[in-house]
Design a protein around this ligand. Structure first.
Ligand SMILES: *Cc1c(COP(=O)(O)O)cnc(C)c1O
Length: 393
């Protein structure tokens, strides 16, 4: 048996459905359909077909020898999600949800996006299936991420600027939810991480769990044992949960989620919802989040736009509470160091998000035993970040 949320969609105290009444029946419908397709051979075959033929799965589990040689104790394997079509793990989820949308007879797709990565992955899947696609994006993000905006438009999506609040991801998510409430009949809302109301955290986990299933099989075939550590960056938490899930019951495997500590966990400028947040409700579910004492959502900061979110998926809050995973914060500076190390040791430029996971390895090396093995989820490639990096260096 795998870990499932309870009847009301909670993992322990986290998760649930905190949404307007009008959305309750849609979520229930989604829940029922998803429960059916999870076991449906036709759906599973179609999803597997697109993951393989279109996205490029399975991805390699690569032994990074020159990177490992920089550490005293670690032997590092990279799960190469950066090699997928569109350059990151997000395509796994958008393909799964779009096939589900089609099955439910929806003709219009909406999504929210911060950095534009989820918007691009959604626009890609919508183009592939010929569905109308509208992406909500904060006006400020539209300016910062003009290249991704252009990509979405090239693929036929409409990008809708959001000018409320901080004009970033959380405001875009609010607008997308508002649109969904109004247009539930023909519209499917594709959420980009293991966040949002039930059943999204479960659904997105199941669509991303292919990462861990493959990695586990590949690792065992190479090393004839299980890894000592799993390390992945955590924004909403989908690449991390995708890797972690297949190892949930392997108690000898230590699981580490890396949050963005920005300018430092005590600076007030970070995105570390688990390391430095408190329990509350955001975007339809209960989880750890960054909020003031009177419940106002704080603005998150990270050098990596994809980690720049004040919440985190409920299953991660649960993993932390039951002690199944440890969560740590890695600063902007440490992430940049991680990006440079991997680029120069292996010729692989990781995304700034992913660089947080790489940046943690030097700390892990100090506490690990000799010859420890670790799988890092290389969630995405760094092409999108070269302009940011060029300004910084
Ligand atoms: C979006 C993104 C993330 C953060 O999202 P999760 O849901 O936490 O995985 C991490 N890495 C890359 C490359 C991304 O594009």
């Amino acid at each position: 048996m795998t870990l499932l949320p309870d009847q009301s969609g909670h993992f322990g105290e986290f998760g649930g459905k905190y949404v307007p009444e009008t959305l309750m029946s849609v979520l229930e419908q989604l829940e029922t359909t998803f429960a059916q397709v999870r076991r449906d051979k036709k759906f599973k075959d179609e999803f597997a077909h697109y993951l393989k033929e279109y996205a490029g799965r399975p991805t390699n589990l690569y032994l990074a020898q020159r990177l490992s040689s920089q550490f005293k104790n670690l032997k590092v394997y990279l799960k190469r999600e950066d090699l997928l079509h569109t350059g990151a793990h997000k395509i796994n989820n958008t393909l799964g949800q779009i096939i589900l949308a089609k099955k439910m007879g929806k003709t219009r797709i909406i999504a929210e996006t911060g950095a534009g990565q989820h918007g691009v992955a959604t626009a890609t899947a919508a183009a592939l299936f010929g569905l109308q696609c509208e992406i909500y994006m904060g006006a400020q993000d539209i300016e910062r991420q003009s290249l991704n905006v252009f990509r979405m438009k090239l693929m036929g999506a409409k990008v809708i600027p959001v000018t409320s609040g901080s004009q970033t991801l959380k405001d875009a998510m609010n607008e997308a939810i508002r649109d969904w409430v109004t247009n539930v009949n023909n519209t499917f809302y594709i959420i980009g991480s293991v966040a949002g109301p039930h059943p999204y955290p479960l659904m997105v986990r199941e669509f991303q769990a292919v990462i861990g299933r493959e990695a586990r099989r590949q690792f065992v075939s190479k090393e004839k044992k299980l890894p000592d550590y799993l390390v992945a960056c955590v924004g909403g938490g989908s690449n991390a949960m995708g890797l972690f899930h297949a190892f949930f019951k392997d108690k000898t495997v230590k699981i580490i989620g890396v949050e963005a500590a920005g300018h430092g966990l005590h600076s007030g400028e970070h995105s570390a919802a688990i390391c430095a947040g408190t329990t509350g409700v955001l975007h339809g579910s209960k989880s750890k989040l960054l909020q003031t004492a009177d419940g106002q959502i704080k603005i998150a900061h990270s050098i990596a736009a994809g980690l720049d979110y004040p919440g985190v998926g409920p299953e991660h809050s649960y993993y932390q509470q039951i002690g199944r995973a440890e969560y740590v914060g890695v600063s902007d500076k440490e992430a940049i160091a991680g990006l440079k190390i991997l680029s120069q040791a292996e010729g692989i430029i990781p995304a700034l998000e992913t660089s947080h996971a790489i940046g943690y390895l030097s700390r892990l090396d100090k506490q690990a035993k000799k010859n420890s093995t670790v799988i890092v989820c290389l969630s995405g490639r760094g092409d999108k970040d070269v302009n940011t990096m060029r300004e910084l260096i």
